[in-house]
Design a binder for this molecule. Structure first.
Ligand SMILES: [Zn+2]
Length: 381
């Protein structure tokens, strides 16, 4: 480690403008594999950081396509027996299983990074439920109860997927949106953290200031990952301290539109950086603040009556059943099971006959409960 640091300092002193890397066989192997994967020119710069292991034992690291003025893209890689696989590659999950340099937790979590077949594009309607699963069980990346500025709506990290939003304000302390494994992506070991969660999801935090968690650290939801900052170690630009918060699914940046964080449904609109967010029927535009309500669990829903009126709770799955209470727009409900009942239309004309039985025994139409999917989230009754 010391040798690497010394080398980095010397490199910086000798060639500050265009740092050249010494040839390292393992790094070369990985860079060559990434160039082949992306069909890049042979002189395209790739920054490889070996985080653990050797060519002999197998290795884990990050490979980054630096962004220059644009944003970078980065992948975790595994190298074993001369074979290099990247997050999102079909062989990533399988290769991880036999690697002794990985912890048991890493083998389990990496084993979930098996790409799911690419489905149809998400429907344009809101809540775009049927056939999609936008559940995350993640919060916004700061303390629950704080309200931060939503300074940028969905925009790319790299590529074309509007995977990211910008957030700033509060106490400036960026916290893990959910539990997972932490990895420093940039060769500077600063600025850019990836947290690999369950269910094939990962979140990126960029422009961070301060020391990042150690590579492979197991984070709990809400663990501190750094302060908002202006780090551009691997590319991009920052005009003020903020966190660039990105969503990845199955090893690639994925459009963040429709996904829920901190009980806000993130929405893209128009051009990059436009957009808004919905908490029930409450809308926050870019420039407004987002109160972090905490994670919406996988078996929970947000009441969204498409207008803000209260939602009737009934004794059974249909409007012929007696009203036994109400629940306010924006409230969280926990679902015990679901069944078919009368058909209704919710926000955006979304129609469904699904009704949800709540944990208090009352029933609500699923079209007025944003769960992130049109399917039952806790099984059928
Ligand atoms: Zn950004």
């Amino acid at each position: 480690m010391r040798k690497i640091a010394l080398f980095a300092v010397l490199t910086l002193l000798v060639t500050p403008a265009a740092p050249a890397r010494a040839a390292d066989p393992l790094e070369d192997t990985v860079a060559t594999a990434l160039r082949a994967k992306l069909t890049l020119e042979s002189d395209r710069e790739i920054r490889v950081s070996v985080l653990r292991g050797t060519a002999a034992t197998g290795a884990l690291g990050s490979a980054v396509l630096p962004g220059g003025t644009g944003y970078p893209e980065g992948w975790l890689f595994l190298l074993r027996d001369g074979r290099t696989v990247f997050e999102g590659d079909p062989g990533f999950a399988d290769l991880a299983q036999g690697m002794t340099i990985l912890s048991a937790v890493e083998r389990r979590v990496f084993g979930q990074a098996r790409p799911t077949p690419t489905g149809a594009a998400p429907p344009a309607r809101f809540p775009a439920k049927s056939g999609s699963d936008y559940r995350t069980a993640l919060r916004l990346p700061y303390a629950v109860g704080q309200s931060w500025s939503y300074t940028g709506g969905p925009h790319p990290m790299s590529g074309s997927a509007r995977s990211s939003i910008d957030l700033a304000g509060g106490d400036g302390r960026v916290l893990a949106a959910g539990g997972g494994l932490a990895y420093r992506m940039c060769d500077s070991q600063r600025g850019w953290l990836r947290v690999v969660h369950d269910r094939g999801l990962a979140t990126d935090y960029y422009h961070l200031a301060g020391d990042l968690p150690a590579n492979g650290a197991q984070l709990a939801e809400g663990d501190y990952v750094g302060d908002i900052g202006m780090d551009v170690s691997c590319g991009g630009s920052s005009s003020g301290a903020h966190v660039h918060f990105s969503l990845r699914r199955d090893g690639a940046y994925t459009p963040i539109d429709h996904y829920v964080f901190g009980k806000w449904v993130i929405r893209a609109q128009g051009s990059d950086y436009d957009g808004y967010a919905m908490h029930g029927s409450t809308r926050a535009n870019v420039g407004n603040r987002l109160n972090n309500y905490g994670a919406l669990a996988l078996n929970q829903g947000l009441v969204d009556t498409d207008g803000g009126t209260a939602l009737n709770r009934r004794a059974g799955p249909g409007t012929t059943q007696p009203v036994v209470g109400t629940v306010a727009d924006g409230e969280t409900v926990t679902i015990a099971c679901s069944a078919t009942g009368t058909e209704h239309a919710g926000r955006g004309g979304y129609r469904s006959t699904l009704w949800d039985k709540l944990t208090d025994g009352t029933w609500v139409s699923d079209v007025y409960v944003w769960t992130g999917t049109g399917e039952p989230v806790a099984g059928t009754c």
